[in-house]
Write a protein that binds this ligand. Structure first.
Ligand code: PMP
Length: 449
C-alpha cells in the first residue's frame, strides 16, 4: 500500500508535499502528541501539522463535541444564526481586550488576512499596505503580496515581476532578521535567546521609517506583523520595536494588524496572544491554525468602528465560515485549553525545552542559534559559528530525515530552509521533550561522523 500511495500522490496530487521528506510518511492515526504510520511506527509530533494541532490529535473531548454536533447540525451558511456560533463568539470575545470585540468567522489564515486587508483599506481609505520581509501571511493572491519568505517568494513567468504584482501597493518593511550571514537583512544580534539582547532596534526603526516614506502616497492603510515570524524560522523582534512601528503606522492613518495564526491561543505561554508580549494593542487580529485543532476554521477580530466601516462598503459573506460544526469545535478547544491549563504548560515545558536545546548550541558548532518563546522554537543550522553561513540544504534534509526515522517529526523554516521549527501540541510533557532532545542529538552526532 505504501508504494501505491506514493504512485497516486505523484500522479494526482500537488508535488509540493512530496518534497518534505525523501521517504514521505503515510500517516494513519493520531493520538494527542503522537502520530502513527501505516506500519504502526509511532512519531512524536513536534510540529503539530504546521503549528495547528493545539490541544492534541483527536483530543477525546473535542472529538466527542464534534461527534455530538454532527448528529445535530453541520451547516447553515453565514446568513442563518445558530447557538454554537453565539456561544463561540462570546467565549472568544472574552479572551480579547477592549475594543476588539467584533468577530468575523472564516476558514483559513489566508482568508482571514485577505479580509483584514480589505478592512484596513475601507476603514483608512488608504491603499498602501506594509508587511515585513520574511513574513508569511498566506497563499491567496492578495496575501501572496504580503508573504515574503524563502520558497514562498514567487516569481511570475516572462519577467512579469514578483508576487507583489498580484497585489499592488504592498511595501516591504525591514526585518527578516536571521542569524545567518547571507540573510538579506543582517542582524547585529549577539545572541537571541531573549529579544532583550538585541542591539538592532534603532537600525530597524530607521529602515521602517524609510519604508513608510517610500510608500506612494505616504498614506498607509495597514501594517501586518506576526508577533514572532513563524515560517521565517521563529524570528523575534528587538524589544519595543513593534510598539514603535505601530505608533509610526498610526501617525500616518494606518491600522495595525497582528497575525496570530501561529502565535495565538496560549502557545507562547506567557500570554494568550502574541501581541500581548509586545505590549501593543492591534486594531485587527487574525487567527487560524490552532483555533480549530486541525478543523478548518479562522477568524478576524476587530473594533466595532472598523467593522462598521466595512459593513458600509461590503456585505461580508462566507458560506462555510462559522458553521455549527466549526464553532462547536472552536468552543471545545477553548474549553480544553482552560481546563487542562495548556497555556501554563506551554510556558513551563517551553522554558524547559528552550534551555535544554540551548545546550546543543554549545555542543555543536553547526547550531548557530536556538531561540523562541513558549512552545515555538527555532534551531538555526550553520556551517560553523564563525562563518554563520547556512548549513547546505542537503545536510539539513538529512538531519530532518534521520529525526523522522527515529520517531521525531520537526518542521523547517527560514530563508534557506536552514532552521528547524519546533511547535508541539500544547499538551506535550517534559519527558517527551527529553525524548526529542535525545533523538535530535543522535541525528546531529550521526551527521558529524
Ligand atoms: N499567517 C501565518 C502567520 C501563517 O503561518 C500562515 C500559514 N502558515 C498563514 C497566515 C496562512 O494560513 P492558511 O495556510 O490557513 O491559509
Amino acid at each position: 500500500p505504501y508504494s501505491r500511495a506514493l504512485e497516486i500522490h505523484k500522479q494526482h496530487l500537488s508535488p509540493v508535499e512530496t518534497a518534505y521528506f525523501q521517504k514521505p510518511l503515510l500517516l494513519h492515526q493520531g493520538h494527542m502528541e503522537w502520530l502513527f504510520d501505516s506500519e504502526g511506527n509511532r512519531y512524536l509530533d513536534f510540529f503539530s501539522g504546521i503549528v495547528t494541532v493545539s490541544v492534541g490529535h483527536c483530543h477525546p473531548k473535542v472529538t466527542a463535541v464534534a461527534q455530538k454536533q454532527m448528529d445535530h447540525l453541520w451547516h447553515t451558511s453565514s446568513v442563518f444564526f445558530h447557538p454554537p456560533m453565539h456561544e463561540y463568539a462570546e467565549k472568544l470575545a472574552e479572551l480579547l481586550p477592549e475594543p476588539l470585540k467584533v468577530i468575523f468567522l472564516v476558514n483559513s489564515g489566508s482568508e482571514a488576512n485577505d479580509l483584514a486587508m480589505v478592512m484596513a483599506r475601507t476603514y483608512s481609505k488608504h491603499t498602501d499596505i506594509i508587511s515585513f520581509r520574511g513574513g508569511y501571511h498566506g497563499c491567496s493572491p492578495y496575501t501572496l503580496g504580503l508573504t515574503n519568505v524563502g520558497i514562498y517568494k514567487m516569481e511570475l513567468p516572462n519577467g512579469m515581476g514578483c508576487q507583489s504584482t498580484m497585489c499592488p501597493d504592498v511595501f516591504r518593511g525591514p526585518w527578516g532578521g536571521s542569524y545567518c550571514r547571507d540573510s538579506p537583512v543582517q542582524t547585529v544580534r549577539k545572541c537571541s535567546c531573549t529579544p532583550d539582547c538585541c542591539q538592532a532596534k534603532e537600525q530597524y526603526i530607521e529602515q521602517f521609517k524609510e519604508t513608510l516614506n517610500t510608500s506612494v502616497a505616504k498614506s498607509i492603510a495597514g501594517f501586518f506583523a506576526e508577533p514572532i515570524q513563524g515560517v521565517n524560522g521563529v524570528v523575534q523582534y528587538p524589544k519595543e520595536f513593534l510598539k514603535e512601528a505601530f505608533a509610526l503606522v498610526r501617525e500616518r492613518g494606518g491600522v495595525c494588524i497582528a497575525d496570530e495564526v501561529q502565535t495565538g491561543f496560549g502557545r507562547l505561554g506567557s500570554h494568550f496572544w502574541g501581541f500581548q508580549s509586545h505590549d501593543v494593542l492591534p486594531d485587527i487580529v487574525t487567527m487560524a491554525k490552532g483555533i480549530g485543532n486541525g478543523f478548518p476554521m479562522a477568524a478576524v477580530v476587530t473594533t466595532p468602528e472598523i467593522a462598521k466601516s466595512l459593513a458600509k462598503c461590503l456585505q461580508h459573506f462566507n458560506t462555510f465560515g462559522g458553521s455549527p460544526l466549526a464553532c462547536a469545535i472552536g468552543s471545545a478547544v477553548l474549553q480544553v485549553i482552560k481546563e487542562e491549563n495548556l497555556q501554563k504548560n506551554s510556558q513551563e515545558v517551553g522554558t524547559y525545552m528552550l534551555l535544554k536545546f540551548a545546550e546543543l548550541r554549545d555542543e555543536f558548532d553547526i547550531i548557530g542559534d536556538v531561540r523562541g518563546k513558549g512552545l515555538m522554537m527555532g534551531i538555526e543550522m550553520v556551517q560553523d559559528k564563525m562563518s554563520r553561513q547556512p548549513l547546505p540544504k542537503t545536510e539539513v534534509n538529512q538531519i530532518h530525515e534521520d529525526c523522522k526515522d527515529m520517531g521525531l517529526l520537526v518542521g523547517r523554516g527560514g530563508i534557506f530552509s536552514q532552521t528547524f521549527r519546533i511547535a508541539p501540541p500544547m499538551c506535550i510533557t517534559k519527558l517527551e521533550v527529553d525524548f526529542a532532545f535525545e533523538v535530535f542529538r543522535t541525528a546531529l552526532l550521526q551527521h558529524m561522523e
